[in-house]
Design a protein around this ligand. Structure first.
Ligand code: NAD
Length: 341
């Protein structure tokens, strides 16, 4: 799988640096723009790329924070603006080779309450990013979509060829974003890649939002010595992917020959919420208190990615076990709890 990175046939050649050296597994010396780069996942992607590339972040800091860029700050160019601001976007896009578009509002229940705000931020925002990228002759845009586009059909695992079945305004914005990628690729020849992320977890994930990731919530509760809240019987499953693995997968989606592809990024394994609690008990070496709450309406019962396409096309497989990932997430939650007190 080694060798130099080759442009896909459809690439335009206006923006290729002569001495750009990008290996098939790693980017090096590339100019990369990350929208939403001060957020949970975006900041890990920046950490991953910044040592070997020139990275610019666009983030309106609506949910992200500059603290997330603590380790990378000073080495990245940060623009505190919304992707809806076309002029700044156009300036930031100049000379970029690869764009990762992660900026989005991400709460499913909030999207139900404020569908128009979600449409504007996520759909309009994505269209503007794609348009600005094409105008600046960016080589490739990697759009971070979500497993939410699959909805809650019982078929498992979720394969990319399944018909999208979005069940919330948030999921609809991601689905439309995917179509917008397809459209601009056809119209302009700019490369686009869609990555459907399953459940992300890891350090820096905000545990405070009502529907934020269960791993972040559980680790924050353990760090604060509070009981965990389990909704329903705890046998619901999720496909969890540790955030450092996501950063690796996204890097691959930026360099491999996958123009036009839609790819699941997950672990391929279904873990129950009860398994998560068991793992946490073993990590802390004692039983963990949990309270049972009624099942939440609208919660998806099971979710698992078919990861064969990402494996075949990107050479990606999740490396971090749930045990290792939870340990790191708990360490981070403990540091935050100590800092807050
Ligand atoms: N966390 C998950 O499990 C998960 C799963 C599937 C998909 N995703 C997608 O991954 C991406 C990153 O999610 P995250 O979990 O890191 O959430 P996050 O809220 O931490 O990150 C989103 C970032 O985008 C920024 N942002 C929002 N609107 C913006 C705008 N108009 N202009 C500029 N910046 C803006 C926010 O300030 C934040 O820094 C999102 O697109 C999300 O939909 C996340």
């Amino acid at each position: 799988m080694g060798g130099e990175f080759a442009l896909d046939e459809s690439s335009r050649n206006g923006n290729v640096m002569p001495n750009l050296s990008v290996r098939a597994e790693e980017m090096e010396g590339a100019r990369i723009l990350v929208t939403g780069g001060a957020g949970f996942i975006g900041s890990h992607l920046v950490d991953h790329l910044v040592a070997r590339n020139e990275v610019t972040v666009i983030d309106d800091l609506s949910t992200g924070t500059l603290r997330n860029l603590g380790r990378a700050r000073g080495r990245v160019h940060v623009k505190k603006v919304s992707v809806l601001e076309t002029d700044t976007l156009a300036t930031a896009m100049k000379g970029q080779q690869i764009v990762y578009h992660l900026a989005a509002k991400t709460s499913v229940p909030e999207s139900v309450a404020k569908p128009e705000a979600y449409w504007r931020n996520n759909v309009e925002g994505t269209v503007r990013v794609l348009r600005a990228a094409a105008d600046a002759s960016v080589r490739r845009v990697v759009f971070v979509s979500s497993a939410a586009v699959y909805g809650d059909s019982p078929e498992m695992p979720k394969v990319e060829s399944m018909r999208p079945d979005p069940k919330s305004p948030y999921a609809v914005t991601k689905m439309v974003g995917e179509f917008a990628c397809e459209e601009i690729r056809g119209m302009t020849g700019m490369e686009t890649v869609v990555v459907r992320l399953f459940n992300a977890y890891g350090p820096r994930q905000d545990p405070s939002a009502p529907y934020s990731g269960v791993m972040a919530k559980f680790c924050a509760a353990v760090a604060a010595n509070r009981p965990l809240e389990i909704y329903g019987d705890g046998d619901q499953t999720r496909d969890f992917l540790f955030v450092a693995d996501i950063a690796e997968g996204l890097e691959l989606a930026g360099v491999k020959s996958v123009n036009g592809a839609t790819l699941n990024l997950g672990s391929g394994e279904a873990i129950t919420v009860n398994d998560v609690v068991r793992n946490l008990s073993e990590i802390v070496g004692r039983p963990i208190r949990a309270v049972r709450e009624p099942e939440r309406p609208g919660d998806i019962r099971h979710s698992r990615a078919d990861v064969s396409k990402a494996k075949e096309k990107l050479g990606f497989t999740a490396r971090t076990t749930v045990r290792e990932g939870l340990k790191k997430t708990l360490e981070d939650a403990r540091k935050r709890a100590a800092h807050a007190s």
